[in-house]
Every structure is written in structure tokens, then in C-alpha cells.
Ligand binder design. Sequence first.
Ligand code: GRF
Length: 190
Amino acid sequence: MKKRIAIFISGRGSNMEAIIGQTRNGILRNSCEIILVFSNDPQAKGLETARRAGIETAAIPSRGKPRAAFDREVLELLRPYELDYIVLAGYMRLLSPEFVHAWEKRIINIHPADTRAFQGVGGYAWAFEQGLEKTRVTVHYIDEGMDTGEIIEQRELDLRDLKTLEAVERRGLALEHAMYSEVLKKIFET
Ligand code: GRF
């Protein structure tokens, strides 16, 4: 049975787009169906990309709302869709404990660093500014903390020949786009 998933985004949605591509003709075609793309920002660029791909979208603005109240609205919104997993792809909000407990081990995120070394926004800038020779990209489950959930898989990113942050981001995103669908496939098929 294909897993029913929602993808949560806050912005550009390039990881979402890569996953959409893999569900169409690629490695996820037998593993999952994208039922919904949700954003906490109605202006998120990725929403338009999802719509153009014919995927249902929903947005609830989170700005100015207390975390618990906002997350309760999102939980209500999701209920009728009978989803199996939530895939975060650049979703820039910490989830409330109530939300996390309702979806224990069923919310997955990709983080542009080793979550044991760096948490929060700006993983590529952190690696670049430290002058690291290599960094890691992490796919992990979500828990109540900021990028503290159980690690599912990590892959290394070689930074030695890269001179600018833009180049680091470009190589990092290319790795993310390939890696995320491969890891999701393993999760959805076990
Ligand atoms: C990615 O680097 C992802 O690892 C991080 O946020 C960024 C989202 O990019 N969580 P996009 O919206 O998927 O293009």
C-alpha cells in the first residue's frame, strides 16, 4: 500500500519539487502519494509549484499565533486526509509537543548539517564559515526539540574545493534532493 503523505513547506520548496518528481516517474512511484502540500505562509513560493503539479495545497498563516494554538489548527486541518506521514521540507517552525505526540515517529525532516553539531537555521553558512572540509546532511525524525530527533540517515558533503557559500548550497541541495527521496523510500517500504 502506498503511504499517504503531506509535505510541509515554508518557502522555495525545492526538496518538495524533487519528491514530487520522484513520485511521478521515479523511485517513489510505488511508495507514496502526496495528498497535500501545506504551508504556514500563504505566500510560500513552493505552494504555486505544488498547484502547478496538480497537488492539493493548504495554508494557514502562523504569524503572530501562539505555537500550541496554531498547531491545533493544523492538526484539525489534517484530520480528514488520513495521512500516514508528514514530510517537512524547509518548514521553518518548531512543532508543539501536542503535535509531535500525535504524530510520533511519523514526521520526518531534512537538515543541512549534522544535527549533533549544528541545530537551527543556516547549516550551510555555518559549515562554510567554520571552513569545514566536509559537512553532513541529516534526515531525522522530529521530536519536541530543535533538530534533536532520532537520526535516520546522514550523508557526507565534501566542501574542500568550494570557494563560496553559494557553491556550498548548490552542492548541498543537489545532495538533499537525491538523498531525501532515497531515504523516504526506505522508510515507506518497511
Ligand atoms: C533545505 O536546505 C533543507 O535542508 C532545510 O531548509 C532548506 C529548504 O529548501 N530544512 P527548499 O525549500 O526545499 O528549497
